[in-house]
Design a protein around this ligand. Structure first.
Ligand code: NI
Length: 175
């Protein structure tokens, strides 16, 4: 079921979300289906449970092609629960980000370039990956939602934060 995506300003986006304690349940399965449906409806690259008002440490991301991010490399569809992130170096890189909770805007956000993340899948199986680039950026963005952080809070240079059509032209905004 497609759910409403909360927008920045809603206090539910500022909570530190609770860990999932029960895996492979109908409730978790229904939550993930709602998250997939909602992410697909709005062409998201990722979605965190708090964005649909669910106070749990669950994120999804992925998609082989996305009209909102036409230049992004393919990203395997992933369910990540109770994630832990660890940078693999102090190196950061900047890149454009958007968020379904901050519609119509983009910002230039610094993120760790390389990181290892670990967490659990829907069945409770633990997994771990080392990633870089766009994949690393998406994971950091989505996991920030679990700690009540939205990407504008990470923007350092507000000259590179604004409306998509002003930053990139009307064509980009229509896509
Ligand atoms: Ni977001």
């Amino acid at each position: 079921m497609i759910r409403e995506v909360l927008r920045m300003g809603d206090p539910r986006l500022l909570r530190v979300a609770q860990p999932v304690t029960a895996f492979a349940t109908p409730q978790l399965s229904a939550l993930l289906q709602d998250m997939r449906d909602t992410m697909a409806q709005f062409d998201g690259v990722g979605l965190a449970a708090p964005q649909i008002g669910v106070d749990l440490r669950v994120v999804i991301f992925g998609g082989m092609s996305n009209p909102r991010y036409p230049d992004a490399p393919p990203l395997a569809d992933t369910v990540l629960i109770n994630p832990e992130l660890e940078p693999l170096s102090a190196e950061e890189e900047d890149g454009w980000e958007g968020c379904l909770s901050v519609p119509g805007l983009r910002g230039w956000v610094p993120r760790w370039t390389r990181l290892r993340y670990a967490g659990f899948d829907e069945s409770g199986q633990r997994f771990e990956r080392s990633v870089d680039g766009f994949h690393a950026r998406v994971v950091q963005h989505e996991c920030d939602h679990l700690d009540g952080l939205l990407y504008p809070m990470r923007v350092r240079d507000f000259r590179r934060f604004g409306f998509i059509d002003e930053l990139f032209g009307a064509q980009a905004a229509a896509e």
